[in-house]
Design a binder for this molecule. Structure first.
Ligand code: BES
Ligand code: MN
Ligand code: ZN
Length: 497
């Protein structure tokens, strides 16, 4: 998709998309009298209102465009980067529905007229909204069906030539393309993507930048080092467990590391606590945290982020077999804590426990952020439009929440009350991976984080539960059903802040 700037509305394009605020007096009378008349009539006949989300499609014979779409933008003071992305997403959907590929629009300029948004933020969000909305996972469809959906070819933005705007577009493109790369990985099935595949992807990302080094702990290393919580989860799988590290050096040898740790369960059957029908089908997505880590390291390298990062992927497959872990088994984690396996389906916390403890000891990071499709309870609590965030440092939590709001890839704090801190304690072991205190599923997202917290010694740490945000069963304006790339956008904004 080519995105270009054009001082006026570019009449060489096929499709024109314009916005109107509720508070706008004049509606395009200065641009084209016929359009203004048509719009006024549509408003009078209530075919269209200027509330946010309203759409009106028309065609004006005195204008060269094959279609014109008018979008209601709501109140000017309520304009936001997210409303801009969503409006651009609506445009991409409409253009695609009428099988056109070339668009001209003034939405970024209208967002700028709201005056509380910066030029660079607007341009970045513009690229994000367009590229995320144009994403499509169609590789397994026959050519004829693939070709029914045309990708956007060019978007001409009404904006005077500007280096700042171009810079924002470039940043937004890098972030959105990384998110789309993660969506591809998460949408791929588990018979394609396993730990070996994920390691290869890490190696190929490292080849694109001299600042990235990949290190891998394979099964013999994990056994030697005693990462037995992770090993237990993989015990039933024909694929090998791996702990993959992507070291990104953006700040020289003396700067402290920030660790980004992703749950990479390439398939979560539940193990002997087997998931039932209607719960097991989408469990190829259980590596979305690891994929988001890859995507974020890619962004950091492309944007030259001046920080030292270590991206960690805890790769396993949770399967059933004669060698699989049993409920009631006891394992000892890397940090020496013993864990009774109360439920083989609570496997994410087990692999992350070892990944957190090992990474902290090895890299002494100042900050650790883990990303995991960890609990169904988090989806119950927050739905799709935010990841749950829990941690031990209020400033880190606040900065992530802020980055989430700016990026549209929201993270929302859940409480880490004292009362829950012993809810994961075991009876014959230090810990149980399934709460013995909970009667049912209450506070499931919180107690999972309590478990993880027992494997963090002194780093500032935040856990992001992306179970709901990483994979949607609903469409919205610029993201569709399926993988969303959640994690990449919030972490990229956070790294750039
Ligand atoms: N991977 C799942 C969580 C999940 C559920 C992610 C739905 C995405 C969509 C996780 O491993 C899991 O099974 N969690 C259990 C924990 C329970 C056994 C304590 C859950 O949430 O039910
Ligand atoms: Mn599970
Ligand atoms: Zn899982």
């Amino acid at each position: 998709m080519k995105i270009t700037l054009h001082a006026n509305l570019d009449e060489t394009q096929e499709f024109l998309a314009l916005g109107v605020f509720e508070d706008d007096k004049e509606v395009y009378g200065g641009y084209n009298k016929d359009l203004a008349k048509d719009l006024e009539e549509a408003l009078k006949k209530k075919l269209f209102s200027r509330e946010f989300g309203e759409q009106y499609s028309t065609k004006i014979s005195s204008l060269p465009f094959r279609r014109i779409l008018i979008l209601g933008l709501g109140k000017k003071e309520e304009m936001s980067l997210e409303r801009l992305r969503r409006s651009l997403g609506k445009i991409v959907r409409q253009v695609s529905a009428v099988k056109l590929q070339k668009v001209a629009t003034n939405l970024p300029a209208l967002a700028a007229s709201a005056r509380h948004l910066s030029e660079e933020a607007i341009s970045q969000a513009t690229a994000e909204g367009l590229l995320l909305a144009d994403y499509n996972f169609s590789k397994y469809l026959a050519k004829e069906r693939q070709e029914k959906r045309l990708p956007l070819e060019s978007v001409s933005i009404q904006w005077k030539a500007s280096a700042v705007f171009e810079k924002g577009l470039k940043t937004g493109r890098i972030i959105a393309e990384a998110a789309n790369f993660v969506r591809d990985l998460v949408n791929e099935p588990a018979n394609v993507i396993n730990s070996v595949y994920m390691e290869h992807v890490a190696q190929s990302i490292a080849k694109t930048s001299p600042k990235i080094t990949v290190k891998v702990l394979n099964k013999p290393d994990l056994e030697r080092l005693g990462l037995c919580a992770l090993l237990g989860v993989n015990a039933g799988s024909a694929n090998p467990p791996k702990l993959v590290f992507l070291e990104y050096n953006g700040a020289g040898a003396n700067a402290k590391y920030t660790a980004l740790i992703g749950k990479g369960i390439t398939f979560d059957s539940g193990g002997y606590n087997l998931k039932p029908t209607n719960y097991i089908e989408d469990m190829k997505i259980d590596m979305a945290g690891a994929a988001a880590v890859l995507g974020t390291i890619k962004v950091a390298a492309q944007l030259g982020v001046k920080k030292n990062l270590v991206g960690v992927m805890a790769l396993c497959e949770n399967m059933v077999s004669a060698t699989a872990q049993r409920p009631g088994d006891i394992v000892k984690a890397y940090n020496g804590k013993t864990i009774e396996i109360g439920n083989t389906d609570a496997e994410g916390r087990l692999v992350l426990a070892d990944a957190l403890a090992y990474t902290e000891e090895k890299y002494k990071p100042e900050v650790m952020i883990d990303l995991a499709t960890l609990t169904g309870a988090c989806i119950v609590a927050l739905g799709y439009y935010a990841a749950g965030a829990i941690g031990n440092d209020e400033n880190l939590l606040a900065s992530l929440k802020e980055a989430g709001m700016q990026s549209g890839d929201r993270v929302w704090p859940l409480p880490f009350f004292d009362e829950y801190q012993d809810w994961m304690d075991g009876t014959i072991t230090d810990l149980n991976n399934n709460s013995l205190k909970a009667k049912g599923r209450e506070a499931g997202a919180i107690t999972a984080a309590v478990f993880l917290g027992k494997f963090v010694a002194k780093a500032k740490w935040v856990h992001l539960d992306i179970a709901g945000s990483a994979y949607w069963t609903i469409d919205n304006d610029y993201l569709q059903k399926g993988a969303t790339g959640s994690g990449v956008r919030v972490l990229s904004y956070w790294l750039l802040r």
